[in-house]
Design a binder for this molecule. Structure first.
Ligand SMILES: [Mg+2]
Length: 202
């Protein structure tokens, strides 16, 4: 699942670069691509017997150490939050794992970056997705992920209507209206890919 996430983000580099070019400095797509290439290498060398928490941890660390910039810390933290959160279910990724992962990820990022929902950042996709996941812990993972991904996509779309007060576009003020946040685009792709993987494996 994580390898597919990495591959889809790499494929989305042009659209993520474009989204950040329009509202920021344009480095988001390339940064994410670099992070995901490092993540693929790290996942492939993380040996047999690794539990799920190790895989999320390896992915997060690879992103943090390779990407640079705010996105490296933010997205690396999102995956790395999994190392603590996923200890309860070491060998099966469940709807509850998803909920805990997203909740811890969102909390860590808010604490570290000081942004909150409504500031036009990746949190506008991640926080509603985390809240949705918390409601769906009793659903089978494929169905839960479908709804969580749809919620993240709605959050990404709704970020178009926000005036940036934090993050890449905060200096643009009202000029940031009408376009989505590039980080919210990445969150939506990550969760949609997880949903596609879970549904194809189901
Ligand atoms: Mg940028």
């Amino acid at each position: 699942m994580l390898l597919l996430v990495a591959q889809r983000i790499i494929e989305a580099e042009p659209e993520l670069s474009e989204a950040d070019r329009r509202l920021g400095d344009g480095d988001h797509g390339i940064g994410m691509q670099r992070g995901m290439e490092a993540a693929i290498a790290k996942l492939n060398e993380t040996g047999d017997g690794a539990v799920i928490a190790d895989l999320f941890g390896a992915m997060g660390m690879a992103m943090m150490s390779s990407m640079g910039g705010a996105s490296g810390v933010v997205f690396g933290s999102m995956f790395r939050a999994g190392t603590k959160a996923l200890k309860d279910s070491p060998t099966e990724f469940t709807s509850r794992s998803l909920a805990v992962l997203l909740e811890q990820g969102a909390e860590t990022i808010m604490k570290r970056g000081g942004a909150k929902p409504g500031d036009k950042t990746m949190l506008d996709a991640l926080v509603p997705a985390a809240e949705k996941a918390a409601e769906l812990v009793d659903l089978p993972l494929p169905q839960a992920l479908d709804q969580v991904a749809a919620t993240a996509e709605a959050g990404r779309d709704a970020s178009c209507n926000l005036i940036a007060t934090m993050g890449r576009a905060k200096t643009l003020g009202e000029k940031s209206l009408g376009l989505p946040d590039a980080g919210a685009c990445s969150v939506a792709i990550i969760l949609r890919t997880m949903a596609d993987f879970a549904n194809s494996a189901a």
